[in-house]
Design a protein around this ligand. Structure first.
Ligand code: 6R9
Length: 674
């Protein structure tokens, strides 16, 4: 864990760079926005905190409740010393999120509105799916799941690319009260196996293969390998395979069936299963600073409220607009802001199968032009990569439909912010820099485009119902301008409820550091205007291209290599990815460092976790900087990876190391590598 001093230094750098200008909301946009001024935001925010019963109660009543809730809540305990952590919203209610995302709109006469605009990897492949079409497919697939024995409360693993069928499968699970666990399509068989062993799902939905840019990606063979690896840990009875490419695809008799064959045997009649407000909707695995990824569990009603409200207000969505989030549904951003949030608001949501650089770096802007996209939401890493490709790729496409731009995944550096704002958005479109996490389910700190003056690099102010605080090293709340740990004081509707099958872990990771608070794992600074500046993770999590990578996971993979005795992994600055993965490796006796060995170590990480975890640098070293009690001093490794030329004096106190001499050796090695 970083100290508050580290956070303060980072905070000073971040805000100094971005705070010079204030960007007020464009007047015409504000005049027509859902929230039209900072004062209006402040009044709504106040009510959301002082009277959640009325504020969230009114919002929630626009949904269909099979059984109305008795009270809004929240009933909660954030204080471990007072018993188990518990969060409970909309008690006594029964509803179904699939019904609210689809049936409700069709019943109201909007069945012909476009729900999903799918854009294929190749620019000449696209499809438009109405609410009616999606509902029909969801009912059928829900029947397929039922025919495979899936019942309320069962888990279903989805390992799929960005095809409409992935959204259909999620909603079909929700329809029957099953819990979906989407595993990102880039994860390795080992990573799939771990997630499946934890979730114990009997049914897996996957796809034969998909093209990503010019590259085919095999999915079914990865699933097969995962099932083989995990055959002693779990039993999978059915694998349903969606056919995307026409190539060879091995199928196991009695276990594997084709999506299209299954869909041909079922009817499109399928009633919703009405579930309690707190019924788990899905789990999604995310990396932490220790141990294996944890299955973050989200509830039905609270998540429904949170994903919908944030979508509507932050993207200022109006009927008929076309909204596009470039994330993959394998991450939380895709869950909340491609599938649930937009569909609950009856939006048209674009789903893109390909990559932003195929066939060229103008693809995103070509899609914006083709579908007349109004809201475009992406990650700083993509902005930086596209910025590098040059302005011509942007300016040759018509972007006049764009109204609002969004950013998520990591702090956006002011340079990328300004390019996004002036070149992509022609200084016309507010940028909503949305700070949130897998665990929070929906936006926590974010501007409202018609209300909040922007400061490049700041996620600005809390969303309705969110009470952020800045804590010092001892967990004391700091007032006014302050730097420290970002924590949340009261529950918001879409807060995660548990780690799947391990509530004790949930409590210890998020609620044990400071009693009475949810601790996010990020450092932040609050400025004199009350704006929040996120400074990045304060734990052993690296944010690579906006994706969370636990250093412990990468280390566990490295030590599986027969030549590796010990490894320590830290983040390093990376121009495009934001952070890269820097590995210090100590070899076993008799092993000799070489480029081949470095390549072998990289390969084992790819195999164990997936290509997103590929190390950017491997430094062989004699040893690691350890305290006398054997704890690795990562602070030193981080500083060296950041700047190999760093002055020894700037490394801080190294006198508590068992062997202070190791630091000079490490520095030497780092210089050679750089
Ligand atoms: C949604 C998502 C969460 C971590 C989070 C923080 C970083 C996300 C950010 C941001 C600064 C933003 N993060 N959005 N940092 N500004 N707008 O990314 O979820 O994958 O769980 O990552 O990402 O460090 O703690 P997840």
């Amino acid at each position: 864990m970083d100290s508050v001093n580290d956070v303060a230094t980072k905070a000073a750098q971040v805000s100094e760079a971005g705070q010079k200008h204030l960007y007020p909301p464009p007047a015409d946009l504000a005049a027509a926005a859902h929230v039209k001024s900072l004062d209006e935001y402040k009044a709504m925010y106040r009510q959301s905190i002082d009277d959640p019963e009325t504020f969230f109660g009114n919002m929630a009543r626009q949904f269909h409740w099979e059984k109305p809730f008795d009270s809004v809540g929240p009933v909660y305990n954030f204080d471990l010393s007072k018993g188990p952590i518990k969060i409970d919203w909309f008690q006594g209610g029964k509803t179904n999120i699939c019904y609210n995302a689809l049936d409700r709109h069709v019943a109201a006469g909007h069945g012909d509105d476009v729900a999903i605009l799918w854009e294929g990897n190749s620019p000449d492949e696209q499809a438009s799916h109405t609410y009616h079409d999606v509902l029909d497919a969801v009912k059928k697939f829900a029947n397929v799941l039922k025919s495979k024995g899936v019942r309320k409360g069962d888990t279903v693993t989805l390992y799929m690319p960005m095809v409409v069928e992935l959204a259909v499968a999620c909603l079909a699970c929700a329809r029957i009260g099953a819990i979906h666990s989407v595993v990102f399509g880039g994860f390795s068989p080992e990573a799939i196996r771990g997630r499946m062993a934890d979730a114990q799902s009997k049914v897996v939905v996957t796809c034969d293969a998909v093209m990503r840019g010019a590259k085919p990606v095999q999915l079914k063979t990865q699933v097969d390998a995962a099932l083989e690896l995990g055959k002693d840990d779990f039993t999978v009875e059915s694998v349903v395979v969606f056919r995307r490419l026409a190539g060879e695809c091995p199928m196991v008799d009695g276990r594997d069936t084709w999506w299209h064959d299954e869909m041909a045997t079922v009817t499109a009649d399928c009633e919703c299963e009405w579930v309690e407000s707190e019924h788990p909707l899905f789990m999604l695995y995310t990396s932490g600073s220790t141990g294996k990824p944890k299955g973050i569990v989200h509830s039905t009603a609270g998540y429904m409220l949170g994903s919908w409200a944030t979508f509507k207000y932050v993207f200022d969505y109006k009927p008929g607009e076309v909204y596009w989030c470039t994330a993959d549904i394998g991450w939380i951003t895709g869950h909340s802001y491609i599938v649930y949030g937009p569909l609950l608001e009856r939006a048209t949501t674009v789903m893109f199968e390909g990559v932003p650089t195929y066939p060229d770096a103008g693809r995103c802007w070509a899609i914006c032009e083709k579908h007349a996209v109004n809201q475009f939401y992406t990650a700083p890493t993509a902005v930086r990569a596209l910025m590098k490709a040059g302005d011509d790729f942007v300016t040759k496409h018509d972007r006049s439909s764009l109204r609002i731009l969004g950013s998520v995944g990591e702090p956006i550096n002011p340079e990328a912010w300004r390019w996004y704002y002036s070149v992509v958005g022609e200084e016309r479109c507010p940028i909503v820099d949305t700070y949130w996490q897998t665990e929070t389910g929906s936006f926590m700190i974010t501007p409202l485009p018609g209300a909040t003056p922007l400061k490049p690099g700041s996620a600005t102010l809390p969303f309705f119902g969110v009470q952020p605080v800045v804590l010092d090293d001892k967990g004391v709340e700091l007032e006014g301008e302050a730097s420290g740990f970002l924590a949340i004081k009261k529950p918001w509707p879409s807060a995660s409820r548990s780690c799947y099958g391990d509530h004790a872990r949930f409590e210890s990771v998020y609620y044990s550091m400071f009693k009475g608070y949810y601790v996010a794992g990020d450092g932040c600074r609050r400025d004199a205007d009350g704006y929040y500046w996120i400074t990045g993770r304060v734990d052993d999590v690296i944010n690579v291209s906006g994706h969370r990578m636990g250093t412990a996971e990468v280390e566990s993979a490295l030590v599986l290599h027969p030549a590796c005795s010990e490894a320590a992994v830290v983040g390093m600055p990376h121009e495009i990815k934001g952070a890269g993965i820097y590995c210090y490796v100590v070899l076993k006796d008799g092993q000799v460092a070489s480029d081949e060995l470095a390549a072998g170590l990289k390969a084992i990480v790819r195999k164990e976790i997936g290509p997103i975890a590929t190390p950017d640098a491997i430094q062989f070293s004699e040893g690691l900087p350890k305290t006398r009690s054997g704890k690795i001093m990562r602070r030193i490794l981080r500083k060296l990876a950041e700047n190999p030329a760093i002055d020894m004096a700037e490394l801080g106190d190294i006198s508590t190391l068992a062997d202070p001499g190791i630091v000079a050796l490490l520095k030497d090695g780092a210089m050679k590598l750089a």
